[in-house]
Design a protein around this ligand. Sequence first.
Ligand code: PLP
Length: 366
Amino acid sequence: MASVGGIYLDYNATAPIEPCALDAMNMAARDWANPSSVHSSGQRARSILEQARSSIADDLDVPRGSVFFTSGGTEAIDIVLRSFDPAKVLVSATEHDAVRVRAAHGTTIPVDSNGVVDLQALEELLARVEPPALCCVMHVNNETGVLHPLEDVGNLVRRAGGNLLVDAVQSAGKLALPRADYLSVSAHKLGGPPGVGALIVHEPARVARVGGAQEHGLRGGTENLPGIAGFAAAVEMRLSSTSWLLHAGRLRTSLEERLLHSGLGAEVMGKAVPRIDSTSCIRLPLVRAATQLMMLDLAGFRVSAGAACSSGKVGPSHVLKAMGLSDTEAGEAIRVSLGWRTTEREVDAFAEAWLAMAGHLRAMAA
Ligand code: PLP
């Protein structure tokens, strides 16, 4: 895929908008009335909105009445976190900043050296918090692709009388969603436009209301109708075929094997545990991620390091630090994330570029 001027292997940051999503956005933009207006044009806009809601609910296999549109994953998470006592919030150590920053006064649930949440620690922490606690554990980690054991997490949380928020931004449209009280979803990670997403909540009465009456008072403000229509089309497209993910898994395996067997010291973070097939977090000891990114970018490859999608800066990854790496080590990994348009040729070319870069930097260091 060359449209962003290089080989794009950064799908976890954002993904290309599907043509069907653009078509749906254009169509909805033509019916540009406010869905809250009572006139017939408003009612037409309302029906597009509700069709999009039904379609997303069907595709994601959740009840229609549980889908509330937001401006993205961050806002969906914020709506939940503002509804709970900050002192009763438990947060896994590898959550995205959308959760971590908002829950800064919460208690951290540690993860093991693979980045998987420590269930025993979670059980102990839940026993110390007066119910109802809010437990935040993401589905797929955006940096490593590591999956948390959410069935076990959910059982512990339910037994303790708590609530579970699962940040499903990196999994929605790709993997079956886990059972949770709250799920956050974002359109731009699955082929829809940026600036739109959803909170999936089974008991909306628990959530604090702000602003106007839209989205049943959960999220006031005029709905982003074109964005929502594009979101629904993208979800439908993604779930109509998930074979790309298997293909991505094969490409990732061959990439990792080549790098690991190169003798250049590559390490793959979280390799020993279940991960989504499209993500690889590759560490090159003794070389700063910023240097790797710069060289790869000059060679024409768009990849990321840590959570660079929010700050534009490269620092030590809090995810890798939580997995036990030092500050220096946690600043030596890059993330390669594949998508539905990624080809074998692109991944092969990336492997060649990485090997050339690592060989060069190693030779210089020696
Ligand atoms: N959660 C995760 C795991 C993410 O990767 C991101 C985006 O990078 C977000 C939340 C935020 O989503 P949005 O950009 O829709 O606000």
